[in-house]
Design a protein around this ligand. Structure first.
Ligand SMILES: Cc1ncc(C[n+]2csc(CCOP(=O)(O)OP(=O)(O)O)c2C)c(N)n1
Length: 540
């Protein structure tokens, strides 16, 4: 069989059905075979960065593997920021990169690809010989899953066109299993939990399944604890009477007061990083029980009194069983008074500072939250606008929130949003992004969304500035001129790119745009004009 046909078959045999990419002579025939011979879905991008970001968005929204492909040299170097983002986020993707034939020393696109990849923190897997392709493809996929990071599969260009023998590889990764917790660690955790009076149960990205939700609520009820999440566990407990929402620097006043008064945090699948713990202050003088399937996260950011390595559901259920045997009574910290305080808190309570020519960001978010279908995927780009987005926009389950700011890079949103839409077809993707982020990394890929008929709703929070930098100048009483941009109106730009664009200068125009969302037939962009002096600080 031809090398490229066998390669495509190996992808299909390993369950790869969708590949995001940009063509070049390094991957041309591989993509052709994937499309034509095995009937895979190939999604073409304008820039390699967008393709790799889409593979990440696909992996993040599906909880599985994302796959992208690029050509050698500049095709690969264009992906470096996206690779680093995947490394920091621990996203499993395989990037199939063509590589210059080893005989072609002077090729224009020849660079040391291994060195470029390794410097990004991604893994590198060489496709060794045409006849080892089945093993090498399976190994790259296995590594991406187990190492939870991007792995670049490096494929010499001259292998394309060669004849090979193909046998499927059995070298599969083992899917995650429920590891039983150490009973000694459970004993110590139960000792702590039975002795405290005001516990809080905290869930992170490692606990964002319906089964984990049920198990953690059983535990919380058993001990009388309110529940909270990290940003990445966003909306896991939405609608529950003792849901405090996000714990940390994004916490609302009721949550902050409750967490401050608590004497024990029982964290499941949560990193306990500086944002979740507000630089450690929220764990101060509290007992900490930290449960995670991955031993690496325990004592990484915060020090735990008891660390338990194990499956979130298995640990929570075991703790509940042991407490039942002790006949321990609930603490009463989750009291009717607390439920009343939570119910009374209104996150959409703000002073609307909209004018005829600029919109208040919170007023815009409140309307967007209620007008755009609740069954959505949500992506929020970097920038100072994003703080209010995290708390005022919601998702039906935490998997539907695609987190893209672990590298604090702006402009990664459109690629991620397109990839996420392929992982969750039938759900519109709502992307909120700043004008700086959209112009930096989104403009060309908005047309990619049009080309592939993606159900994408882009909201640009447009303060005509790099707001995160603008505020630094303002805070020092300096002229912020360097942070300002005189962009064209992005509504007509989106229309020119094949979508439907709206320019919004006031709330009446926002209502018109949101009516447009309800009858959309193609990607939509709503360019909302904000006053740069009326947006609260976020970003980096
Ligand atoms: C790739 C990259 N370049 C530059 C920065 C620095 N930076 C952080 S926020 C920001 C401004 C972003 O502007 P915009 O997207 O309009 O959002 P705003 O801050 O105005 O809300 C910049 C340039 C960054 N984080 N990432």
């Amino acid at each position: 069989m031809l090398f490229q046909d066998a390669f495509a078959r190996a992808l299909a045999d390993n369950g790869v059905s969708t590949v995001f990419g940009v063509l070049g002579d390094g991957n041309l025939w591989l993509v052709d075979s994937f499309d034509r011979v095995v009937g895979g879905t190939y999604v073409s991008f304008s820039n390699e960065a967008g393709a790799v970001l889409a593979a990440e968005g696909y992996a993040r929204a599906s909880g599985g593997l994302g796959v992208a492909t690029v050509t050698h040299g500049p095709g690969l170097t264009n992906t470096v920021t996206a690779l680093v983002d995947g490394v920091k986020d621990r996203t499993p993707i395989v990037l199939i990169a063509g590589d210059t034939a080893s005989s072609d020393r002077d090729g224009f696109q020849n660079i040391p690809q291994r060195e470029v990849v390794l410097a990004s923190g991604a893994g590198f897997e060489q496709l060794r010989t045409p006849n080892t392709l089945a093993e090498d493809v399976a190994t790259a996929i296995r590594r991406a899953h187990l190492e939870r990071r991007p792995v670049v599969l490096n494929v010499p260009t001259d292998f394309q066109g060669q004849d090979v023998e193909y046998y499927p590889s059995e070298r599969r990764h083992v899917t995650p299993q429920s590891v039983r917790p150490d009973l000694d660690a459970i004993d110590r955790a139960v000792g702590v939990i039975a002795s405290v009076h005001r516990p809080v149960v905290l869930a992170g990205a490692g606990a964002r399944t319906p089964e984990a939700r049920e198990a953690l609520l059983r535990l919380a009820e058993r001990i009388g604890a309110p529940v909270a999440t990290t940003l990445r566990g966003k909306d896991l407990f939405r609608g529950h009477p003792f849901n405090l929402g996000i714990c940390g620097t994004l916490a609302n006043p009721v949550a902050l007061d409750t967490i401050n008064r608590s004497d024990c945090v029982i964290a499941f699948g949560a990193g306990l990083n500086r944002w979740t713990t507000a630089e450690g202050s929220l764990l101060d003088k509290k007992q900490v029980v930290h449960v995670d399937a991955d031993a690496q996260s325990i004592n990484r950011w915060a020090i735990a009194d008891v660390g338990i390595v194990g499956d979130v559901v298995a640990v929570a259920d075991t703790i509940v069983d042991w407490l039942e045997q002790l006949d321990d009574t609930p603490t009463g910290f989750a009291s009717p008074e607390l439920a009343a305080q939570i119910a009374a808190y209104d996150e959409a309570n703000f002073v609307d500072r909209s004018t005829d020519t600029t919109v208040d960001i919170r007023a815009a978010l409140a309307r967007i939250e209620t007008s755009i279908p609740a069954e959505r995927t949500l992506v929020i780009d970097g920038g100072r606008f994003n703080i209010d987005c995290f708390t005022m926009l919601h998702v039906p389950d935490p998997q539907a929130y695609v987190h893209i700011i672990n590298f604090a890079s702006i402009g990664l949103g459109v690629g991620n949003a397109i990839g996420a839409s392929f992982a969750a077809p039938g759900r519109p993707v709502l992307l909120v992004i700043g004008d700086g982020g959209f112009m930096l990394g989104g403009l060309a890929e908005f047309n990619t969304a049009v080309r592939h008929n993606v159900d994408l709703i882009v909201v640009v929070m447009n303060d005509g500035a790099y707001g995160a930098e603008h505020i630094h100048f303002r805070n020092k009483n300096m002229d912020p001129a360097l942070s300002f941009f005189d962009w064209p109106d992005l509504g007509p730009v989106a229309t020119a790119l094949g979508g439907e664009g709206f320019t919004v200068r006031n709330l009446a125009e926002l209502d018109v745009a949101l009516e447009g969302v309800a009858r959309r037939t193609r990607p939509i962009l709503i360019d909302i004009k904000l006053d740069p002096d009326k947006v609260d600080v976020g970003g980096h």
